[in-house]
Design a protein around this ligand. Structure first.
Ligand SMILES: *[C@@H]1O[C@H](CO)[C@@H](O)[C@H](O)[C@H]1NC(C)=O
Ligand SMILES: *[C@@H]1O[C@H](CO)[C@@H](O)[C@H](O)[C@H]1NC(C)=O
Ligand SMILES: *[C@@H]1O[C@H](CO)[C@@H](O)[C@H](O)[C@H]1NC(C)=O
Ligand SMILES: *[C@@H]1O[C@H](CO)[C@@H](O)[C@H](O)[C@H]1NC(C)=O
Ligand SMILES: *[C@@H]1O[C@H](CO)[C@@H](O)[C@H](O)[C@H]1NC(C)=O
Length: 351
C-alpha cells in the first residue's frame, strides 16, 4: 500500500467512524489490516480503497446482524470471511457459475409421491427410492468414508463441476467398498463444452453427468489436477484411466420430503440455490433469510444430511468454497421452506 492510499483511506475511516460510531461501532483501518493479513489479501495498486470501503460497509452489516443474532432475532451469524471485500461482479464471476438449461427451467414435473421421479433418465429401475422406510430424525454424511474433503473452486465460476463431481465420487466409492475417490473437476471444465457447459463461466451439473456417461467416466484429480482456469481437453475416452462412473440421474420432485428420502437412501443430492450476500458471508447457525426465498438462482450445492436443532429443521449443505468458509466448508439451511429455492432443481445421480 502506498502512502497516498493509506492517507486517503485513513481519512475515510476517521470521517466514517465519526459519522457512524453510534450505530455501527468501531470499524478501523487496523481491523482491515488484520482482515487482509488473515486472508493474505493483495490488491492491485490503487484498488485498496474501494476494497476497504466495501469491506467496511459489509462489516457494519455483519456487526448489526450478529447483534440481532445474539438477541435471538435471527438463527445464524455472519463473518467477514475471505469474500467480504469483493464486489458483486467478482462474486458472480468466481464464486458462482450456474446456468439452468431450458429443458429444466421450463417446467417442473408434478409433485406426487416418492415414486413420481422423472423417468426421463431411468434405465429400468422404477422404484429407486422406497416410500415405506422409517425416516430417522437425522443424517450426517460429512464424515462418511465416501464424502471427499471439501474442495475450493477458487477464482473460477465452475460450481456446476464441483456439484456434479461429489455424487460421482460418492457413488463410485460406495461401489468400491468405501474406498475414497477424488475425481477431476478440471476434466469437466475442459471437456464438456459441447454438452452446454462454459468452463469457468458457468454450466449445469446434469450436463456434466451427460458428458461423463458419454465418455465412460471421470478420471482422478491426481491424474487431471484442478487448475481453476479452462484449458484444452486432456481426456481421451478409452485411453485415459477412469476412476469414477455414473449410469443415470433423476430429477426429483420439488418436495423436501421426497428429497430427504432420496438422500437418506441413495446419497448426496445436487441442488440449485439463490446465493445472496448473507449466504456468502455465512458463519454459523441455521441459515434462514426471507430475501433468499426469492431471487435468481445462481449457485449449486449438495445436500448431504439433515437434522433438527433448537426446534428448527435444517439441511446440512456442502459448498465448494474451501474449508475456511462457513462451518468447515458446510452450511446449515432451514428445511421445508424451500430456503433459497433449494428444492426446485434437486437431482440424484447413481452408478
Ligand atoms: C476501537 O478499536 C480499537 C482497536 O481495535 C480498540 O483498541 C478500542 O478499544 C475500540 N474502541 C471501542 C469504543 O470499541
Ligand atoms: C461404508 O461406510 C458406511 C458409513 O460409515 C457404513 O455404514 C458401511 O457399512 C460401509 N460399507 C462397507 C462395505 O464397508
Ligand atoms: C486436486 O488437485 C489440485 C492440483 O493438484 C490440488 O491442489 C488439490 O488439493 C486436489 N484436490 C484434492 C481434494 O485432493
Ligand atoms: C442452538 O441454540 C444454542 C443457544 O442459543 C446455540 O448455541 C446453538 O448454536 C444453536 N444451534 C444451532 C445449530 O444453531
Ligand atoms: C416471492 O415472489 C413471489 C412472486 O414472484 C411473491 O408472490 C412472494 O410473495 C415473494 N415472497 C417473498 C418472501 O418475498
Amino acid at each position: 500500500m502506498n502512502l497516498f492510499t493509506l492517507l486517503v483511506c485513513s481519512f475515510l475511516v476517521i470521517t466514517s467512524v465519526v459519522a457512524a460510531a453510534d450505530e455501527d461501532g468501531n470499524i478501523s483501518m487496523l481491523m482491515f489490516t488484520k482482515f487482509k493479513k488473515r486472508y493474505r489479501k493483495k490488491y492491485n495498486k490503487g484498488a485498496q480503497c474501494s476494497y476497504f470501503r466495501r469491506w467496511k460497509n459489509r462489516k457494519r452489516l455483519i456487526i448489526r446482524h450478529n447483534k440481532a443474532s445474539a438477541l435471538g432475532e435471527t438463527s445464524f451469524r455472519l463473518v467477514d470471511n475471505q469474500f467480504a471485500d469483493e464486489s458483486d461482479d467478482e462474486w458472480n464471476a468466481k464464486l458462482l457459475g450456474l446456468v439452468i438449461p431450458g429443458e429444466f427451467s421450463a417446467k417442473k414435473f408434478g409433485i406426487k409421491e416418492l415414486t413420481s421421479i422423472d423417468p426421463k433418465k431411468d434405465v429400468g429401475e422404477r422404484q429407486i427410492i422406497s416410500s415405506t422406510i422409517t425416516i430417522p430424525s437425522s443424517l450426517d454424511l460429512r464424515k462418511h468414508p465416501c464424502m471427499p474433503p471439501i474442495k475450493s473452486q477458487f477464482s473460477c465460476g465452475a460450481c456446476w463441476a464441483f456439484i456434479a463431481t461429489t455424487p460421482v465420487e460418492f457413488q463410485s466409492c460406495l461401489r468400491n467398498g468405501n474406498r475414497t475417490v477424488v475425481l477431476s473437476e478440471q476434466q469437466m471444465i475442459d471437456c464438456s463444452n459441447s454438452y452446454g457447459n462454459f468452463g469457468c463461466n458457468g454450466g449445469f451439473y446434469t450436463q456434466a453427468w451427460d458428458y461423463i456417461m458419454a465418455v465412460g467416466g471421470q478420471t482422478a484429480n491426481a491424474t487431471y489436477p484442478y487448475k481453476a482456469v479452462a484449458g484444452t481437453c486432456q481426456f481421451t475416452p478409452g485411453v485415459t484411466r477412469v476412476s469414477g462412473r455414473l449410469s443415470r440421474y433423476f430429477y426429483l420432485d420439488s418436495n423436501e420430503r421426497t428429497i430427504l428420502s432420496a438422500l437418506l437412501q441413495r446419497g448426496p443430492i445436487a441442488v440449485s440455490i439463490v446465493a445472496n450476500s448473507k449466504f456468502i458471508l455465512y458463519s454459523s447457525g441455521i441459515f434462514d433469510d426471507e430475501t433468499c426465498k426469492n431471487g435468481t438462482i445462481n449457485h449449486g450445492v449438495l445436500l448431504v444430511g439433515y437434522g433438527t436443532a433448537n426446534g428448527t429443521n435444517y439441511w446440512i449443505v456442502r459448498n465448494s468454497w474451501g474449508p475456511l468458509w462457513g462451518q468447515n466448508g458446510y452450511i446449515l439451511m432451514k428445511r421445508n421452506v424451500n430456503m433459497c429455492r433449494l428444492a426446485e432443481y434437486a437431482f440424484l445421480a447413481l452408478l
